[in-house]
Write a protein that binds this ligand. Sequence first.
Ligand code: MLT
Length: 249
Amino acid sequence: MMTGSHFQIISSSNQVMKTIDVCLSPELLHLYKLEDRTVVVVDILRATSCMVTAFAHGAERIVPFASQEECLQMKTRGYITSGERDGKKVEGFDKGNSPFEYMGFEVAGKKIAFTTTNGTQAIEKSKSAREIIIGSFLNLSSITKYLLFSHNNILVVCAGWKGKVNLEDTLFAGALVERLKNHIEPDCDAPLAAQRLYNLAKDNMVEFLSTSSHVKRLQRLNIQKDIEFCLTPDQYTVIPKLVRGELVC
Ligand code: MLT
């Protein structure tokens, strides 16, 4: 059905159906309109998995930064600083990018300033969205429920790797499309491609991703434990949301 200048998809119960789209790399964001959407930013390995873990362990807020310098300055304001580039902790920062660094008393009640190679850059680039939430396999069911009841159309923004597409973020997007498929219409072929990939991978995502580029990169850093944890669905129920430039729960 056409209303004004927009096509709208009508469900069998005669209601306008929400749509879901997937931006496979932040380099493609200029193709999408963000202003009317809930954007789910995802960087499975490992930035958004760390953020979700930190909130599940009581972190008070996380301020994401694209720049290392600005992030590091937050130390003077009492923030824990987290800095990762190319998978490694950056010198001078308190923490790197392993979810196991964001558990327990180390983060409970703390404010964290965070900068990573791709994850925090993707958040920065999505800032014109109506709403930004943080997704990972660790909070998959909570994110699914939240999106189901929200009124906005949805865009999953995959952080990728330095502008290139990666498999793990695409699989997360596919998991969301699969779970929402009876309620939300895909906007184009990217959600369908992601959904099909996820269905191929879902029974053993660790094995499916074993030859993927970032898994190989992280394996060189000896962090198989991080990979397995970040691919485990539904460890936590938190939904981090960006409010005036800060992530809160
Ligand atoms: C990133 O933001 O690029 C990543 O989370 C990289 C990493 O695994 O440390």
